[in-house]
Each structure stands twice: as C-alpha cells, then as structure tokens.
Write a protein that binds this ligand. Structure first.
Ligand code: SIN
Ligand code: FE2
Length: 212
C-alpha cells in the first residue's frame, strides 16, 4: 500500500458537496474486477455515437436497471442494451455496497443507485467537460470509482467557462459530488501511457447515479 495513503485523511473535503474517499475501493478490488468481467460478458464495451454522429472516445457499457446511452436520437437512460435488446446486466452487489458506503462517507445517506455507467479509457483517451444532467432527481449525488491507470479529473464550476481544478485520481479512489456541486462541469484529462498491475494499459471508471 502507498505510504501517502497514511499521510492524508482518507476522506477529503474537496469543495462544498464534493468529497474524495481515497482508496475506498482497494479492499474490494477483486470482487469489483470479477463483477466488471461478468458485466462485460453480457454487455461488452462499445463506442456510442454523439447526437451529432461522432464516435465517443470513451468506450462504455452499463449495468443496473437503467443504462446511459447516446446515439443520433440524443442522450437518455433506458432499461435495455441497444445492442442485445436485453435488460442491462444486474447491478453487482459489490458495486451497490461500495456506492452506498462512499455516499454515506460523503454525507449522503441512503444512496441507492439504479444506474452504473462503466467507462473505459485507454492511454490518450480524454472526456471533455460536461454536466451530468440526464437524471430525474438532482438531490441524489454522483459516485465515481476510479480503477486502473491514474487520471487527472477536471472539476469545473456551474458554468462551462468557469476555471477548472485538477484532481489526481488513482486506482481505488472514489469521488462523490452532489448538493451544491451536483451540476458542476467535470471531465478527465487524456490518460497517460502506463501499465496498471490489475488492469494493464487501461482506466475504468464506474459512475453510479440515481437516474430514474
Ligand atoms: C464521467 O463523468 O462520466 C466519468 C468521470 C471519470 O471517468 O472519472
Ligand atoms: Fe460525468
């Protein structure tokens, strides 16, 4: 384990409504990675299209009752995988428990996500600034789990033009934002080349939401 984990508190207040819980996912790394493999068997990585018809750089899949999709018709949540026409794979118990625990440590009681977007970043992949605003209820937070290669998360403000802060995220870190921060713009800088012991040349992010 990284010595720096002991030098700073695991639960860090980043900004009003934004909490970083360093390393929270580390003790459940194996169940999480096993569950990701099970999800991918049923709903493999795919490149979604923006409403404008461009391929998104981040490859994605979903699990849980609702999944986030993007295509020529726009962004939305839906209960079925557009590739298989089957329901998305169930939300693994290890995912639900981690999301609930992270939200609780960040001060959001009783978070019960109904959607988990699974993002895959290869080296060079970035995610441009955006707001998460396709969900029904903005009183519920976003819980975001980082696995694999490290990345620099960009935390913007409530306007697209606001200055962004850079937040380094490592394997096992969980970032939670809600309340006054729920609609803050955010993104991910291009992931640097590297090899992670568990995931190789890849970053995976699990984003939990109460969407419906
Ligand atoms: C997202 O905003 O959907 C993902 C953020 C991340 O990959 O850390
Ligand atoms: Fe997002």
């Amino acid at each position: 384990m990284n010595a720096s984990l002991f030098d700073e508190p695991a639960v860090q207040a980043i900004a009003p409504g934004v909490t970083l819980v360093r390393g929270l996912a580390l003790p459940v790394e194996k169940p999480l990675l096993d569950a990701i493999a099970t999800v991918l068997d049923a709903a493999p990585w795919r490149q979604m299209q923006t409403p404008g018809g461009q391929n998104m750089a981040v490859w994605m899949t979903n699990c849980g009752p609702l999944g986030w999709v993007s295509d020529r018709a726009g962004y939305r949540y839906q209960a079925s995988d557009p590739i298989s026409a089957l329901p998305w794979p169930a939300l693994p118990a290890a995912f639900a428990a981690l999301a609930h625990e992270a939200a609780e440590q960040a001060g959001y009681a009783d978070f019960t996500p109904d959607a988990c977007l699974v993002n895959r970043y290869l080296p060079g992949t970035r995610l441009s600034l955006h707001q998460d605003r396709d969900e029904q209820d903005f009183t519920q937070p976003i819980v975001s789990v980082s696995l694999g290669l490290p990345a620099v998360f960009l935390l913007g403000g409530l306007s697209r033009s606001d200055k962004t802060a850079r937040l380094p995220l490592s394997h096992g870190d969980v970032l939670v934002w809600g309340g006054p921060a729920r609609l803050r713009f955010h993104g991910v800088m291009p992931v640097a080349e590297g090899q992670h012991p568990a995931l190789g040349a890849m970053r995976i992010n699990l984003t939990f939401r109460k969407a419906g």
